[in-house]
Design a binder for this molecule. Structure first.
Ligand SMILES: *Cc1c(COP(=O)(O)O)cnc(C)c1O
Length: 389
């Protein structure tokens, strides 16, 4: 069912996607497990315009999620992938060829960077990493062969904002395809395609799914970028299992509700951390003190529950004393689920354009759906362990 273009995203998420009256009125789409799709006659089999011809090329389950994402992203169409990383890789593959050059923000998700360095490079595509603080000046880095600009804001490790409209406008003027990993804000808080982006990427593994129980990626495309995206996906044979699609759709119905809780609780914990003597700097664009705050405020309508904090210099033993034995923060990769998480990544190993020079260790927190007061109490006890450490 499609909703009015003017409808709020919460309304869209309650109604977009499935067409109940095509399936006996069931509210949710059928979970179709399929490879073969039978045709009644040989002539019908040869007709490639049938709505469904083969499981990998589409099922009613896939259509329901694709249509939902297309609607909330304001896109021309959507491609599904088996993980968020595959979405980043497919987006780049769809707009590059041997001899091309791509520009990638230095703050980008580490595995996306590895894909550029280890795979695109093998096919003669060169990658340059640029300072995420660049806006319209990105034109100085454009070459005749530049075919793609890959953005992520804020970076999911170091949380620098980017001037998406200025970057996209510069690229659009030269016919360069603009891709953005928008996993942090989701289209609930920022719609890349409205700001000149061609390929809007989500690791649906995170907030779309919302329950840490699946891997999936989505790429919503502008009219201009859609044909190459769909062809490349089809030629690569990318597929997603129907159970994960159904679980993603279920997660998405409550996306705005969950995100507003992550936003509010995340900011509460971030503000509390900002006042702690153990913390040197909190990296969260919704804080007034953050260098990216003005851009965030201009372009985004909210924030997710993921942010960073640089601690005052301390020993590894002190850091472990703080992180280990937290009651509510799991130590683990990924984020966007209902539960709180903590990691202590080292961005210095990735950065090439702008070296990471903080003296103290970085912690990255995902604030889940727990009561923030319980989370603060947990962190406070951690800081006591750190002091004794
Ligand atoms: C997790 C993540 C990805 C990759 O998603 P997977 O589903 O784990 O492959 C891509 N981009 C960002 C920003 C992420 O946080």
């Amino acid at each position: 069912m499609s909703t009015k273009p003017s409808a709020d995203i919460a309304t869209k998420l309650a109604h977009a996607g499935p067409s109940p009256h095509d399936y006996h009125g069931f509210v949710n789409p059928p979970v179709v497990h399929a490879s073969t799709v039978l045709a009644p006659t040989l002539d019908a089999y040869k007709d490639r315009t049938r709505p469904y011809v083969y499981g990998r090329q589409g099922t009613p389950t896939m259509s329901a999620l694709e249509d939902t994402v297309t609607e909330i992203e304001g896109a021309a169409g959507t491609a599904l992938t088996s993980s968020g990383l595959e979405a980043c890789a497919l987006a780049l593959l769809s707009c590059t060829k041997a001899g091309d050059h791509v520009l990638v923000a230095d703050s980008v998700y580490g595995p996306t960077r590895r894909f550029c360095d280890k795979v695109l490079s093998r096919y003669g595509v060169e990658t340059t990493y640029f300072d995420p603080a660049l806006g319209g000046d990105i034109v100085d880095h454009f070459r005749d062969t530049t075919s793609a600009l890959f953005l992520e804001a804020p970076g999911s490790l170091t949380f620098e904002m980017q001037d998406i409209p200025a970057l996209a406008a510069a690229a659009n003027a030269r016919g360069i395809t603009v891709a953005m990993d928008n996993t942090w804000a989701t289209p609930v808080y920022f719609r890349p395609i409205d700001h000149g982006v061609d390929l809007s990427i989500q690791a649906a593994t995170k907030y779309f799914g919302g329950h840490s129980d699946l891997l999936l990626g989505t790429i919503a495309a502008s009219e201009r970028a859609l044909p190459a995206l769909q062809e490349t996906r089809q030629y690569l044979g990318i597929n997603v299992g129907p159970d994960d699609i159904a679980a993603t759709l279920r997660g998405m119905r409550t996306l705005p509700l969950r995100l507003s809780r992550h936003f509010e609780s995340g900011l509460t914990v971030a503000r509390w951390l900002q006042d702690r003597p153990e913390v040197s700097r909190v990296l969260h664009p919704a804080l007034e003190s953050d260098p990216g705050h003005a851009l965030w405020k201009r372009d985004f309508t909210g924030a997710s529950g993921l942010f960073g904090a640089v601690l005052q210099p301390c020993t590894d033993t002190q850091l472990s004393a703080f992180v280990d034995n937290l009651t509510y923060f799991g130590i683990g990769a990924s984020w966007g689920g209902f539960e709180s998480l903590i990691t202590a990544p080292d961005p210095a190993i990735f950065r090439t354009a702008v070296p990471w020079k903080e003296e103290g260790p970085l912690i990255r927190l995902h604030i889940g759906l727990e009561d923030p007061a319980d989370l603060i109490e947990d962190l406070e006890a951690g800081f006591e362990r750190l002091a004794k450490g």
